[in-house]
Write a protein that binds this ligand. Structure first.
Ligand SMILES: Cc1ncc(C[n+]2csc(CCOP(=O)(O)OP(=O)(O)O)c2C)c(N)n1
Ligand code: SF4
Length: 302
């Protein structure tokens, strides 16, 4: 059987994106993200391309699967390249199916960045979602370039010295049609952005800050509130970028102290934690975003 025939057969059997009974840890942001993705897409049954990461462990052991839609497991570096092939076969067959890359930060910011950049530059008709837990969760919690400064990981026992890479800026610089950040504490905003991405043609990039109690050393029941706090203290800005040039900010900091985010995650208890440096990074990020929105605002109907 060819891959495309197999995918078609799987698509006919599809019953939803994430089934109950998966192996995600309690409080995992992916579980919420996948359920909201399904709600936003209503009855649509996309094809998922997932590299090596917790997201592919979610599937469980063959022959059963926690994914109820066609799912391709790709190598760590190649999800955007594989998805390009899958989407091209659908397009050649005249099918309008949605192909989604569902990837961790390692597969996005680090090893997958070449295929991601290439697919974005070609403006492939793909929806790329990065669930960013700021760590290599699946292999024991090593640092990635998405790990924030000061965070302890299994490869940065004293805390990470370098700041987090700005992936949204990198994707905006590709001038892709749509890029946006997603919060698992802001359901309406999340659903709206997935629907905007669905309506848009070409390469779309969504970045979700994904709570990971195992890696963050936080309590599972705090997961959603931690993301709400990250948005309120300005650490995780909610915004959209159209064509890589026009900006819209969706929520602004409301004075919530950074400490209420940091203090509930033991990964921040490190020698290199420097709250002033983190605050300075947040301020610089906001100065940049405000200037971009002021100078290049998104249109009223975008
Ligand atoms: C070329 C290659 N190097 C290393 C690995 C081992 N590996 C599998 S998943 C993974 C980390 C994935 O991290 P991330 O993408 O952040 O997703 P998460 O596990 O946090 O969900 C690593 C290092 C691999 N599969 N392939
Ligand atoms: S290690 Fe983190 S990302 Fe992986 S399943 Fe557990 S909570 Fe989710």
């Amino acid at each position: 059987m060819t891959t495309s025939a197999y995918l078609r057969e799987q698509r006919d059997l599809a019953d939803g994106i994430l089934r109950p009974g998966n192996t995600n840890c309690a409080g995992c942001g992916m579980s919420i993200g996948l359920q909201w993705l399904e709600q936003a897409l209503e009855n649509e049954r996309p094809t998922l391309c997932i590299p090596a990461c917790c997201g592919i462990v979610t599937a469980g052991s063959f022959p059963t699967s926690a994914y109820g839609v066609p799912t391709v497991a790709t190598t760590f570096a190649s999800s955007a390249a594989v998805a390009t092939g899958v989407a091209s076969v659908y397009a050649m067959n005249g099918e309008k199916d949605l192909t989604i890359c569902w990837t961790g930060d390692g597969g996005t910011y680090d090893i997958g960045v070449a295929t991601l950049s290439a697919a974005a530059e070609r403006n492939e008709d793909l929806l790329y979602v990065c669930y960013d837990n700021e760590i290599y969760g699946n292999t024991g919690g090593q640092r990635s370039s998405a790990t924030p400064r000061g965070v302890k990981t299994s490869t940065t026992p004293k805390g990470k010295a370098e700041p987090k890479k700005d992936m949204m800026a990198i994707m905006a610089a590709h001038r892709i049609p749509y890029a946006a950040t997603l919060s698992v504490a802001h359901r309406e905003d999340f659903l709206r952005k997935v629907r905007t991405a669905r309506r848009t043609k070409g390469f779309r990039f969504l970045l979700m800050l994904s709570p990971c109690p195992t890696g963050w050393k936080s309590e599972p029941e705090d997961s959603v509130d931690l993301i709400l706090t990250a948005v309120r203290c300005g650490l995780f800005p909610l915004y959209e970028v159209f064509e890589g040039r026009r900006y819209r900010i969706n929520a602004r900091p409301d004075g919530e102290p950074l400490e209420s985010y940091i203090s509930r995650q033991r990964r921040y208890r490190s020698e290199l934690l420097d709250l002033d440096a983190l605050r300075a990074g947040i301020e610089a990020q906001w100065a940049y975003l405000e200037a971009m929105e002021r100078t290049f605002p998104a249109g009223e109907h975008e």
